[in-house]
Each structure stands twice: as structure tokens, then as C-alpha cells.
Design a protein. Sequence first.
Length: 226
Amino acid sequence: MTRILVVDDEPQILRALRINLRARGYDVEVADSGAVALKAAAGHPPDLVVLDLGLPDLDGTDVIRGLRGWTGVPIIVLSGRAGSEDKVAALDAGADDYVTKPFGVDELLARIRAVTRRLAPATPAVPALRIGRNTVDLADRTVTRDDGAEVKLTPTQWAMLEKLLRNPGKLVSQRQLLHDVWGPEYHHETNYLRQYMAQLRRKLEDDPARPRHLITEPGMGYRYRP
């Protein structure tokens, strides 16, 4: 299910979009300020952001820049600012599309479909990836050393590793890993992440104490560096 973060300080718009998007099968989270939006996006990264520029605490372009510092998630600006300078500034900051208020829900839905379709890969890539002296094949779910020996991983180790490898170079937050690997009821068990990351490094990294590929971002999450 596509997860959409809607950011707007007008309660009526938040309510209308939440109802309409959920009715069409989207998972919707709302935020009424830039700070709340950035925190929500970092805690559980969305698949798409619908963003108003006129927020009470941050300008929308600053929110776009904040997101673009770590994610390529599609961003559709939804704003009452109709001037070309505002549009250019938002698009230059990293927005993918711009819809002017007042807007029609059908038009916004079409823009969401178009942006998602344009930015999504045509086919899911499952290449063989390298970690140290190991080749990881996500399609076959195998890890093979250069000498031909197979590296055995537990189901949980596989789930955590696959989540990182399918997002190369991107930060995967602690909260997202806990949610996707252990379940939605897990929020604070970061010791699980440390334990399983240590296991993966011992099995895959050439020097587990100085990992080159399975990287910890302290206090935030983990990253696979190709």
C-alpha cells in the first residue's frame, strides 16, 4: 500500500485529503507543520509527500530541502501561491510537481498517479550485490563467498539485510526497520537492531569492527553502502 504524507496547516484540507486518499486505498499520515512533517518522514518514510508551502513554522521550500537531504521520495506541492517565482523555487528545491489551490481532488489524484508512475522503476531490480568477499543474490536469497562457500542467514537476518540492500545508499530508519522486520508493535527495541547488525557484519564484512558496507548512522538508522 502506497504511504502518503500530507502536510498542510488547514484542518479542512487535511481532513478532506485523508478521507479521499484513504477511500482510494492509500495509507495516509498527516502533519500540520514543517517540523512535524520532517519528524514523521524520518520516523516512517513515506512513498510520496503532498506539501503546502505556507506552513506556520517553516517555509515549504525548507521542508523540501530537508527531505532532499536524505530521500528521493516524490514531492507534490499543493499551494495557494500561484506566482511563477514560487513554483520555480519549489521545483528547484526538489519538488516533482506543483498544484495550485483551489484544486480538484481528481486532478491531485491524477498527479499522484503520474508522479508515482514516472519515478517508480519499471521493474523491481534484484541484482546480485557485493558485501566484502560475498555475493548476495536477492532473487535466490543466497549469499556465496568468493571461494564458493555458502553463508547461512536466519530469516530475521535476511529480512533486515534485504531491507537495506533494496535501498542502496539510503538511510533506513530504526523505526522503519523495527516495523518492517519485527512488526508494527515494535517501536523502541533498538537493541534488536544492534544485535542483528553485529551478526550480519560478522558474517559478511571483511572487517566487522570497521564495516565498509553495512553502516550505522548513530541515533537514526542504518545504510547499505554499495
